[in-house]
Design a protein. Structure first.
Length: 283
């Protein structure tokens, strides 16, 4: 019965979408609605504080012809405290960790819970908390770096989205180093939830190598790509759903370079309170 109801809702939603006579929004008005949500979500650590969820990850190490050489899988529970993020391993390659591993992990978990708010980290620099001015510059660069094309409407999880293609401008005026280094070498497609004006999905493809420190530290190859998806949880907050990443390139700490595919799925989001005993308070 539940499946039938979901099918009916989907058909009615799709029909409503197809029959809609509303014109597609222009880029400027859409950006004005989307920008506040991007600013709030720019560092997901803040949005995820007080939540726990399950993370399933599979990492494939690829060889010539992209043949899988080695696969590692993990199942974990992730917690976000004021003091930082903690990932508690449940299974590694399908096996429960050793008693000694669990004992050390539980101690590290308790140590992190007892700490105060995390201080600003010095490395890597992109994980540092930004001032309002720095965040404004990054978002302005994001808008100025690309030519955006509003393509169509599309349903995702029974919700209408606006689909946008983006590709870099020829000579954009950019202020930040990360924008000049990365945004000018990527293109892709974004799905914007029309009801909430939130980013629901983004596909990114690199068409030029991204060089860190002129390539002396690392080079991200032009075959790299990434897809990230979010979903509204508890009808109140947008949280990660799935990440699919292909990275290929060179780095000083990888003798033969790196070529891997990473798949992550996030589920079972719950809120919790930090008391003497951690208590889950909602789904």
């Amino acid at each position: 019965m539940g499946s039938l109801i979901r099918l009916v809702v989907f058909v009615l939603s799709a029909a409503s979408l197809q029959n809609s006579t509303d014109p597609l929004p222009d880029v400027d008005s859409l950006w004005a609605k989307v920008r506040p949500g991007l600013a709030a979500r720019y560092f997901e650590f803040e949005a995820l504080k007080g939540y726990t969820y399950k993370r399933n990850a599979v990492i494939d190490e690829l060889g010539r012809g992209d043949v899988v050489k080695k696969t590692q899988s993990t199942e974990s529970e992730v917690y976000f405290f004021d003091s930082g993020r903690f990932e508690k391993m449940i299974r590694i390659n399908g096996q429960a960790p050793s008693e000694d591993f669990v004992r050390k992990q539980d101690q590290a978990f308790q140590n992190l819970r007892s700490k105060g708010p995390a201080r600003k980290s010095g490395w890597p620099p992109w994980n540092q908390r930004k001032t309002p001015k720095e965040l404004d510059e990054r978002l302005t660069d994001l808008f100025n770096a690309f030519d955006f094309t509003v393509v169509r409407r599309e349903m995702r999880f029974y919700r209408p989205t606006i689909v946008i293609d983006f590709k870099p401008k020829k000579r954009p005026q950019l202020k930040t180093m990360v924008a000049r280094m990365m945004l000018t070498k990527m293109e892709g497609t974004a799905w914007i939830d029309e009801r909430d004006s939130e980013l629901a999905k983004v596909e990114i493809r690199y068409f030029k190598d991204v060089k860190v420190a002129l390539g002396m530290l690392a080079t991200l190859g032009d075959e790299s790509e990434s897809t990230r998806e979010w979903r509204k949880v508890n009808d109140e907050i947008w949280l990660p759903l799935r990440n699919d990443t292909r990275v290929k390139g060179r780095a000083w700490f990888f003798v033969d370079g790196f070529n891997m595919r990473i798949r992550e799925e996030f589920s079972d989001y719950k809120k919790f309170t930090v008391t003497t005993n951690l208590k889950v308070i909602g789904n």
